[in-house]
Ligand binder design. Sequence first.
Ligand code: CP3
Length: 349
Amino acid sequence: MKTLFQRALRGERVERFPVWMMRQAGRYLPGYRAVRAHTPFLDLCRTPELAAQVTLEPIELFGMDAAIVFADILLSADAMGVPVEFPGEGGPRCPAPVRTPADVARVHAPDETRTRCVAETVRLLRRALPPQTSLLGFSAAPFTLCAYMVEGGSSRDYVLTRRFAYEHPQAFEDLLGRVADGLVPYLREQVAAGADALQLFDTWGAVLEPALHRRWVVPMARRVIEGLGAERPPVIYFGGLGSGGRLEDVLACGADALSVDWQTDLRRAYETVGTRARLQGNLDPAVLLTDPERVRAATHDMLRAVPPGRAHLVNLGHGIHKDTPPENAAAFVEAAQAWRPAAEADAQA
Ligand code: CP3
């Protein structure tokens, strides 16, 4: 049986739009904070029982139509030979970043013993979730994972990555290719364990100039999607912050749906992609810092931009903010699930 989320993702007519939220399991939730109070972040990601528990918390509280396995995009960097730490404040760190062409040789196919925990969490979740709730597996897309490997952590402008791309194009392409080929078995493992859809996160994809974005960012995401084979479940590609003006290019990744950030005009995005892909997004997560009334109004304003007859995947334009009041997350999910999409015939009448 296909879930509502899968039907919408495949572009079938749906009675209502499915909803989930990027980073829906996280610090804005009391249960998550209670677990984190005595569990370091990486231990949480690597303990399937705990990771499954925090994945389920938002589903139990708000009833989203899809769960996303609790993990992090950087677990795969670690498994491919670039160790990752989460020292607390200031986000992730790679103590041995990829800074020279010689460093690229350290990047290898993922060590299964280090990724198995994610597949195990997926397995536990598939058993625990109601059958009508989809289960998303995920990974970074190659460019974004490489950007973390080169920078050694988060960055304001990704200037080391951009410099590497200009200075050592061959080594950079080699790095992207190794990472792309490594992500394929990592995602397949999640599918075999029960993920019924996948999301690729290319959060920083648009930091490269358009020509390099077309040369490397999108084709490397495509290499992962094609690598999953014809039997793959549907794939959603988040092209990243600032990618909304490049959707014509982004479409070439071959994903079933494109996830767009809040800076993207949804009406124009629909005009650009037409029926070539579904769209997911894109409420500004800052709206969820206000009050339930405003959240409901803004959610419905956003959904008025969806053309009649189209199935939209309701989400935020990026991850939920840690200071979000849970009641505002509840209002977002309720407002999305209460919305009745216009049929094509309504528009013609
Ligand atoms: O969406 C979910 O609920 C599933 C879990 C999930 C996390 N990270 C948990 C997390 C997912 C899908 C991610 C993806 C991820 N991780 C991305 C891509 C999406 C995006 O947000 O752009 C990126 C860039 C990362 C890398 C990462 N992980 C950063 C930069 C940070 C620190 C920033 C921050 O918010 O503190 C993390 C940590 C992280 N990953 C947290 C969570 C819940 C916060 C950890 C904590 O302190 O408890």
